[in-house]
Design a protein around this ligand. Structure first.
Ligand SMILES: NC(=O)c1ccc[n+]([C@@H]2O[C@H](COP(=O)([O-])OP(=O)(O)OC[C@H]3O[C@@H](n4cnc5c(N)ncnc54)[C@H](O)[C@@H]3O)[C@@H](O)[C@H]2O)c1
Ligand SMILES: [Zn+2]
Ligand SMILES: [Zn+2]
Length: 337
């Protein structure tokens, strides 16, 4: 079968591999779509500090079940599925509390272990989510959207609250969409005009703000001086994350969805005087996947517009560098098999 392996930074190679053999507790899935995200781009460029090569990338996966044994979930051959790529141990303190998304021994497909950029993959049956009635494209974006859904669930949004989302990339867009579903009045902030325009069309966010144009004052005007009660940072930018402590209202919450490999510095007196709640949000779990599936089924999420670029498996090795360029305006690139 055809597999694309990232041999070392900046090198993709199309190789021929044996098809996986059936394993107890696992199913073989024929991969039909692989969504590309920032993690894949950083891995390819060699900017992912603790990444090992060679590695088969791909963690945003849609496919159909090719082989499956007797199983308690009743899944059958031929059914269309999304794959939850976060391989958890099931035994650690986080897993025992149902927080499989932050397992102490977490191995993510396509990151810590080989992923789905290949024709077939063997995965544990309990990581499959049936996506009846959804298209393959819709199935492939469940994973990136579930990151936003999880962050929104952690935030516990109340209807009518002002919610600021900083960073209108594929992750922030998901946060905005699910915050809006909870009845929030969403304020989108970015430094990139194209991204803000896209976000206005896609999420119809009530307000968009350029982070370079005195955002503090604009936020005060929008919220009649109160400031947003919930702030998400989905930029992956240290400066933005440090600045973001200035934006929540007193008694508010700040949720870091984006992440950086560095320290974040903030003023304790400011943090304390506002009695802020600071949270991180990592990955997602089955509940979030189910929520995203239901939202897509109900037509509340426009998946077609979210997918901006496409290729097949062979073309991808040549076109990938193009997708890395900011001027290509990629939101979500999708590889079709
Ligand atoms: N929580 C998780 O489990 C999880 C999962 C996947 C990705 N992530 C992280 O989420 C973050 C966002 O991912 P993405 O794929 O959407 O990234 P992206 O780079 O496509 O989008 C980030 C956006 O933030 C904007 N931005 C950058 N600096 C800014 C600033 N100072 N002020 C305002 N806006 C700014 C950029 O213009 C861009 O539009 C990354 O850090 C990524 O690693 C987290
Ligand atoms: Zn991803
Ligand atoms: Zn665990």
């Amino acid at each position: 079968m055809r597999t694309i392996v990232c041999e070392q930074p900046n090198v993709f190679k199309l190789i021929n591999e044996d098809i996986p053999l059936p394993k107890l507790g696992e199913a073989i899935v024929a991969i039909k779509r692989v969504g590309i995200c920032g993690t894949d781009m950083h891995a390819f460029k060699g900017n992912q500090p603790f990444f090992n090569y060679p590695r088969v990338l791909g963690h945003e996966l849609a496919g159909t079940i090719e082989w499956i044994g007797e199983n308690p979930t009743g899944l059958k051959k031929g059914e269309q599925v999304s794959i939850i790529p976060y391989m958890h141990c099931g035994e650690c303190i986080a897993c025992r509390q149902g927080k499989t998304n932050c397992c102490t021994k977490m191995k993510v497909l396509g990151v810590h272990i080989d992923g789905g950029m290949r024709e077939k993959i063997s995965v544990p049956i309990d990581h499959l989510m049936k996506t009846e009635g959804l298209s393959l494209d819709q199935t492939a974006v469940i994973e990136p959207l579930s990151i936003g859904a999880h962050a929104v669930r952690r935030a516990g949004i109340q209807k009518g609250e002002f919610v600021l989302v900083i960073g209108a990339g594929p992750i922030g867009l998901g946060v905005m969409a699910f915050a809006q579903q909870e009845g929030a009045r969403v304020i989108a902030m970015d430094i990139n005009k194209e991204r803000l325009e896209f976000c206005q069309q896609w999420t119809r966010a009530e307000f968009t703000i350029n982070a370079l144009e005195n955002p503090l004052e604009t936020l005060k005007v929008i919220t009649s001086g109160d400031m947003p009660t919930i702030v998400f940072d989905a930029t992956g930018n240290r400066k933005s994350m440090e600045e973001s402590f200035r934006y929540p209202a007193n008694g508010g919450k700040l949720i870091f969805v984006g992440l950086v490999k560095s320290e974040i510095v903030f003023s304790d007196p400011d943090f304390h005087s506002k009695e802020l709640t600071l949270m991180s949000s990592r990955n997602a779990n089955k509940e979030d996947f189910n929520h995203v599936i239901k939202s897509i089924q109900s037509g509340r999420i426009d998946v077609n517009a979210y997918i901006t670029h496409r290729s097949d498996l062979e073309q991808m090795t040549g076109i990938f560098e193009e997708w890395l360029k900011p001027e290509s305006n990629v939101v979500k690139a999708m590889v079709e098999l």
